[in-house]
Design a protein around this ligand. Sequence first.
Ligand SMILES: Cc1ncc(COP(=O)(O)O)c(C=O)c1O
Length: 342
Amino acid sequence: MQKRTVTFFYRLFGPKNRHVAVGDVVNDYTFWVMVQSSAATASSSDSAPTTDQRLIWINGNLIPRSEAKVSVFDHGFLYGDGVFEGIRIYNGQIFKLRSHLVRLMESAERIHLDPKLSIDEIEDLTRQTVAANNLQDGYIRLILSRGEGTLGLNPFSCPEPGVICIADSIRLYPEEMYRDGMKVIVAERPRIPVECLDPSVKSLNYLNNILAKCEALRQGLYEAIMLNTKGEVAEGTGDNIFVVKDGVVSTPAPDAGFLLGITRQFVIDTVAPACQHSVLERTLHLEDLYDADEIFLTGTAAEVIGVSKIGDRIIGNGKVGPISQKFTKTFREMVAQGAPED
Ligand SMILES: Cc1ncc(COP(=O)(O)O)c(C=O)c1O
């Protein structure tokens, strides 16, 4: 079995696994368990509520976090049968709320899920949940699940959809990563083809992304870039991708098959023009990534983050490039004050 040294693990995750010392050589299994437990600690502590005072919206009621439970017969739980959104709150404004709600409703329609609520009603319950939790900055998780049914696959055995809204805090990546750049890999696992399950549907079934993310975590990294089955660049496991070459900013065209990110669209429509750039949507291949002067990722959770390395390949000069820096700064300024809610 392959052996790994613990040193680099400590650099990435900090001294969380005190039962192993820096310089220890561990086998692949031990290493994998360490990465898993560290990553789990990192993500739970990053997003866990600071108190148990959070109120969660479940099917018409605001319920304390400790009592917020769904049925084990909910097809969202049994089969990943449902759709969701992740939305940021910046300084009291719910960033691009309408766009997220539109995408949620479209995703629901595409999996034949009738939420039995109008878009305005879902907006209203979202605002109520944010207000009940007194959040000025944070993250909203809005979920429409198929609801409780029988153990069979038949979605129409579930008469009432589940409508859940969680409003909480979030911190995805350490600040140094925004300054120094993020190291990523290209996943071996391709993005699920459009004909099988269109990645532009933001469904509760994220196993394709999770397994690609495991490839990154296995190497001590946080993010993986996914190609489609034709070998074209699609997206990250939880973000969209942009490349810069000779001053030209490009991003994959939608037919590559990926989630049409709200942040991606905001970057194309608003951030790029403010930075005196336009964005070209085109087919990107692996060589475009390796040959790029700069790469950055965009997403609700990740926001705008530069990439310094892909696998063994250093991108540009191995730091966050000037255009990526400018986009990150402009994005942050734009959302800090009066983030648009449309
Ligand atoms: C697979 C995937 N791609 C892209 C994104 C970025 O989308 P957005 O900017 O709407 O958060 C996300 C995040 O939701 C995602 O999960």
